[in-house]
Design a protein around this ligand. Structure first.
Ligand code: C2E
Ligand code: MG
Ligand code: MG
Length: 695
């Protein structure tokens, strides 16, 4: 079968056209043709039908090859245009070829015609494909140029080769200024810069990668961006470029930060809550450290408030709490903080205290606020308050200790008959003696083999499987009393025995994983709490490495839980240890999230893999909508930062279900499993064969 060919003859001689057709048939084509010889006939033929080739006579009575060529051009079509003629000068042929004719042939020697047509049709097809490709490139580059998000293209080292106008607009840097800089040159946070450049130098591979970063525009404006980086490679070969798409999420971030801020105030009274109070107390202590002032912490508790609540109902109780909050507000000055800690407990912080006399005055004023009855729904109720006072630095060096001691002093005030205030310092003798004894015993706890570990299961909220354990230390004293870490860890930190304890915990926990668990379960995740003090010890990361080797536990299994405190106070040694631990593959988790500064900024300092939501938030699920929203936000943000989320202290089905719905990955809590010796827990793992979980 020959190839069909549609030929448009621009020709006055029918005989010549017939001859040409015969030549084409001989060459294997099955031609169909139409003959025109004027401008209008040719235009009409081009408009109405499609053609494979135009074969044009050089000179006709009413038309010329040059005019025919122009007619073809103005039609916008790209068809092979071949001139045939008897007598024509070489100059004329060259002129026509220059104008776009594709070939010339002598009517007396048409042997070249068939191959020429075949070639021209092939080339016309190539030209057609190229035109389409060019059009596509044009549309694509318009899309990039006019894109509403910033687009950056870098070479394989992360060096910018192209930025689109949107980038120039939002960052304030011109394309010339940006080209040649590293992709992260606008990033504001040094840790992200380090993380990103480290990623590049270790070969960020052919994976897609995304994260949220804060950038600084040329004019200094802070911009949050969601950045998606994907590798570009030609035909699946090695990566030649990276494409970074950056979306401005500043508005969303500020909304989320606002939500976090809302988490700083108490719903009922509008006073600061525990989170904000801790924040302020930290600040007050920092300031006092540098200027040598004192700080007073006053713990206030309403006397017999429980009776009011139980006998008169919560609604009267709440009204009374609101009024108490208002009355207490009258006792504080601008720089002071008044917070509600929960229930009927309030705390006042007085920073920059010049004289203890001032505290007496404030305490008197507080008690005075309760002289008049509370009149609620037309009835009068008398309520008094007890106040306990702790002073920085005498009564405690950190917020936890100060609050605890203010609390102890408050209980003393209650013991002495309520409606009064009591300074902690007056108890210092007895308390100090107790503490000295505790301290002396604690010093021997490790040598006397009095420490034990309990393990609490960490459960996948979707599958219900136990994926690991958190090791929690216990201290059984000589008189057989079992002390919980809350009672001795702060003291151990203060007197410098914490390293000894935490080292023992690490070694013992690893030993138990390899000795107690069946071999099939030895890949289980092991979470360990470490004190900030431990991280300040040079060479701690090496110590961990040695122990991991000794018990043949792989670094990826181990998750070190640290608190936000570490990030706020980190020393160069801390940073070095954390970096080395990360490099080894040990996972880092941020414990008790929400009790300190709750700053997401801090979380980007180190590559945390896990965030643990504090029990305080979880236990609020049942009675606070804002706690629920906050948890949802934390889960979303943490996962957005690439972390998995563990909720702590899950005690009820309601909490469990809400957390699962909120997308939280894992949970711990009495409902899912109380801390217990590992031997009692290993059965949990046997039920779950694939212990190693994928994130
Ligand atoms: P954490 O790391 O936040 O541990 C969780 C605490 O919550 C544990 O208390 C656990 O027993 C308790 N818990 C778990 N589920 C529930 C629940 O459903 N309801 C309630 N009410 N509590 C629950 P624990 O064992 O008393 O430990 C207290 C803290 O002491 C730990 O808080 C951790 O910060 C610290 N700690 C424990 N072991 C060590 C250790 O070996 N080294 C150091 N440096 N700190 C430790
Ligand atoms: Mg923990
Ligand atoms: Mg915790």
């Amino acid at each position: 079968m020959g190839t069909p060919l549609k030929v448009l003859f621009v020709e006055d001689s029918e005989v010549d056209a017939e001859l040409t057709l015969a030549e084409l048939e001989r060459g294997g084509f099955v031609p169909s043709s139409h003959q025109v010889q004027t401008y209008s006939e040719m235009s009409e033929a081009l408009d109405n039908e499609s053609w494979d080739v135009i074969i044009c006579d050089y000179r006709m009575p009413q038309f010329t090859a040059e005019e025919a060529l122009n007619t073809l051009k103005s039609s916008g079509l790209d068809l092979p245009f071949i001139i045939t003629s008897g007598a024509v000068t070489a100059e004329d042929v060259v002129a026509l070829l220059k104008q776009g004719a594709h070939d010339f042939m002598d009517k007396g020697a048409l042997a070249r015609l068939v191959p020429a047509i075949e070639r021209e049709i092939r080339e016309a097809k190539i030209r057609h494909r190229k035109r389409i490709a060019e059009q596509r490139v044009k549309v694509l580059s318009q899309a990039v140029e006019q894109s509403p998000v910033s687009i950056v293209i870098t070479d394989d080292k992360g060096v910018i080769e192209y930025v689109n106008p949107r980038f120039e607009q939002s960052m304030g840097y011109s394309s010339e200024q940006a080209i040649g800089e590293p992709l992260w040159f606008t990033f504001q946070d040094e840790q992200s810069v380090k993380a990103l450049s480290r990623m590049w130098s270790s070969g960020i591979s052919d994976q897609e990668w995304r994260g949220e970063f804060s950038s600084k525009s040329k004019s200094g404006q802070l911009i949050w961006e969601y950045v998606n980086i994907s590798p570009l490679s030609e035909d699946g070969k090695s990566v030649s470029h990276y494409l970074a798409i950056k979306e401005d999420i500043t508005v969303r971030r500020s909304y989320e930060e606002q939500l976090l801020r809302q988490a700083h105030y108490d719903d009922l009274t509008g006073l600061a809550n525990r989170v904000l109070l801790m924040d302020r107390l930290n600040l007050a202590i920092e300031a006092a450290k540098s200027n040598g002032d004192n700080v007073a912490v006053l713990g206030i508790d309403l006397d017999h408030f429980k009776n009011v609540n139980d006998s008169l109902g919560h609604s009267i109780g709440d009204t009374m709490l609101k009024e108490a909050a208002e009355r207490l507000s009258c006792c504080v000055r601008g720089g002071d903080t008044l917070a509600r800690m929960g229930g009927d407990e309030f705390v006042v912080i007085i920073p920059e205290l010049k004289s203890v006399q001032d505290v007496h005055r404030v305490a008197e004023k507080i008690l005075h606020q309760f002289v008049n009855p509370f009149s609620i729904f037309g009835r009068d109720y008398f309520v008094t308050a007890s106040v306990g006072i702790a002073l920085y630095p005498e009564d405690g060096a950190n917020p936890h200790l100060l609050l605890r001691n203010a609390d102890l002093a408050m209980y003393k005030a209650k013991d002495h008959g309520r409606n009064r205030y009591h300074f902690f310092t007056e108890d210092i003798n007895t308390a100090l003696l107790d503490r000295l004894e505790l301290e002396a015993n604690l010093r021997y706890a490790v040598i006397r083999d009095q420490l034990h570990l309990h393990f609490q299961p960490i459960v996948n909220l979707t599958s219900g499987k136990t994926i690991g354990f958190e090791a929690l230390v216990r201290w059984r004293q000589r008189d057989d009393t079992l002390r919980l870490p809350g009672e001795f860890i702060p003291l151990a930190e203060e007197v410098g025995i914490i390293q000894e304890i935490d080292s023992w915990v690490l070694a013992n926990a690893l030993m138990q994983v390899s000795n107690v668990l069946p071999e099939s379960a030895q890949t289980v995740r092991l979470a360990l709490n470490i004190s900030p003090k431990q991280l300040e010890v040079k060479g701690y990361a090496e110590f961990v490495r040695t122990k991991l080797n000794e018990y043949a536990v792989s670094p990826e299994q181990v998750e070190l839980e640290i608190t936000e405190r570490v990030l706020m106070e980190d020393t160069p040694v801390t940073a070095e240890n954390l970096e080395q631990l990360c490099a080894m593959g040990v996972r880092l988790s941020i414990d008790d999230f929400g009790t300190g500064y709750s700053s997401l900024g801090y979380l980007q300092k180190y590559p945390f893999t896990t965030l643990k939501i504090d029990r305080g938030f979880v236990s609020n699920i049942k009675n606070s909508e804002s706690a629920k929203r906050l948890i949802e936000t934390i889960v979303r943000l943490a996962q957005g930062l690439g972390m998995v989320v563990v909720a702590e202290g899950v005690e009820t089905q309601e909490e469990h279900d809400f957390l699962r719905e909120a997308g939280c990955d894992y949970a711990q809590g009495y409902m899912l499993g109380k801390p217990a010796p590992l031997t009692l827990l290993k059965g949990l793992l046997e039920k779950a064969p694939a212990v190693r979980e994928q994130e």
